[in-house]
Design a protein. Structure first.
Length: 171
């Protein structure tokens, strides 16, 4: 653990509960997930925080997963003024207009089939990789897709928690 992440984790550990809940909500919109992480504070290392996040994610109900997914914009359409979703979806920002239009159609088909936004850890992926993943996942059953979404949310949460700890340290 770097001294930067250690000081950032110490800051997070000592936040008042409402402030810590607000910061966790920025990472994941699931109330149950945040509640479980708050209940396990303080964390000794960032890895302990990530393990607690994974455990909380594994225990989320279908309703909790739906709440978490509601906090994510469609791929290729980050929330205006939201630097997190814009950064995470950077691979689509530079995509050709044709690919963006194709992704919009895939998002709509996915949402029609599964009843929720196509969710994937988009960090570091190109527009083509995101499109290919959407095409592949459209063939899944709802049960398969729910577990894939759980895994993808876990990846996103780890990235966001890592930024939270590092950002806290530099504040």
């Amino acid at each position: 653990m770097t001294s930067t992440s250690a000081s950032g984790l110490a800051r997070f550990n000592t936040l008042e509960e409402s402030a810590a809940r607000a910061e966790l909500h920025e990472a994941c919109a699931s109330t149950a997930w945040a509640r479980q992480l708050l209940a396990t504070r303080p964390f000794t290392t960032p890895e302990d925080l990530y393990a607690a996040s994974d455990a909380a994610m594994a225990g989320l109900s279908a309703e909790d997963l739906a709440e978490a997914m509601a906090g994510h914009p469609p791929i290729g359409r980050p929330q205006p003024g939201d630097p997190t979703s814009s950064r995470e979806q950077a691979g689509m920002a530079s995509a050709a207009d044709e690919l963006k239009a194709e992704m919009l159609q895939l998002n709509l088909a996915y949402q029609e089939k599964f009843g929720h936004v196509f969710l994937i850890c988009a960090t570091g992926r190109t527009g083509e990789q995101l499109r290919d993943a959407a095409l592949e996942r459209l063939g899944n059953s709802p049960e398969q897709e729910r577990e894939i979404v759980r895994t993808e949310l876990g990846k996103i949460n780890r990235i966001r928690l890592s930024r939270l700890v590092e950002q806290d340290a530099q504040a």
